[in-house]
Design a protein around this ligand. Structure first.
Ligand SMILES: NC(=O)c1ccc[n+]([C@@H]2O[C@H](COP(=O)([O-])OP(=O)(O)OC[C@H]3O[C@@H](n4cnc5c(N)ncnc54)[C@H](OP(=O)(O)O)[C@@H]3O)[C@@H](O)[C@H]2O)c1
Length: 225
């Protein structure tokens, strides 16, 4: 089973469709009720889509309890859900917006790990992929809050990798540059010069399925063709 956060659009949505096409079961979440209901209709059980805000530890705890009572632990867990700040200088980012980016991009990832990891460890296998960014390994003006969270993901994930029992893996992943709502928010019109999520998923899904315990702690990047 593959668990993905942030399946209502963008990379999470495209991966959901591609993994199901390849014969996998996908469990996913997002905040947008309409898209989640539509996904469940399009891809019925054993696939399962739920309205969950990953920044809420309570919501993630309840989701994990529900999923783990009906399914084995995830073989592949993708912490994909994230936000980006509106392009602006750090000192102009409102406090609430800064908090929201931290709460989803860092604390949301920790919440999902907190509630799914024990079952994965008990199962004795599984791969955790935390979505980083080019901006988790470099920086630019006007995206300081986002960069801070993605650099945090690189550190958090490599620490986690050092804690895992043999046979498991945790990796930070730079997915590349893909024309999603998030990219349009920060790149504007030039976002359309980049591949669509659907095209990206054709390369990304098989790449993700090959990650194994030999990759534990490695800073991975989806190969661009
Ligand atoms: N696109 C790129 O070029 C690019 C480059 C580098 C890294 N990334 C990373 O790749 C991942 C996916 O990005 P994307 O471009 O697909 O972004 P996107 O199009 O903005 O989609 C983000 C997804 O995350 C969900 N989400 C946001 N906050 C959430 C929350 N609190 N709880 C649950 N779900 C939440 C959104 O759904 P709802 O709004 O319905 O909750 C949506 O499904 C992110 O980690 C991003 O940082 C993307």
């Amino acid at each position: 089973m593959i668990l993905i956060t942030g399946v209502s659009r963008g990379l999470g949505r495209a991966l959901t469709e591609e993994f199901i096409r390849l014969g996998h079961t996908v469990i996913g979440c997002g905040r947008s009720e309409k898209e989640i209901t539509q996904l469940q209709k399009q891809f019925p059980a054993p696939n399962n889509f739920a309205v969950v805000d990953v920044s809420s530890d309570e919501q993630v705890a309840a989701w994990a309890k529900r999923i783990l009572s009906a399914h084995a632990a995830p073989d592949l867990l993708l912490n994909n859900a994230a936000l980006i700040n509106r392009n602006t200088k750090l000192w102009q980012v409102p406090a609430q917006e800064f908090s929201d980016v931290i709460d989803v991009n860092i604390k949301g990832v920790a919440n999902v790990i907190r509630h799914f990891m024990p079952a994965m460890i008990k199962q004795g296998r599984g791969v955790i992929v935390n979505f980083s960014s080019g901006w988790g390994r470099s920086t630019d003006a006007e995206v300081a809050p986002y960069c801070a969270t993605k650099w945090a993901i690189e550190g958090l994930t490599q620490s986690l990798a050092q804690e895992l029992p043999p046979g498991m893996a945790a990796v930070p992943l730079n997915p590349g540059i893909i024309a999603t709502d998030m990219l349009r928010s920060t790149f504007g019109g030039s976002a359309e010069n980049y591949p669509s999520p659907e095209k990206w998923a054709k390369t990304a899904a098989p790449f993700l399925l090959k990650i194994n315990s030999a990759d534990n702690g490695k800073q991975l990047t989806v190969p661009v063709h």
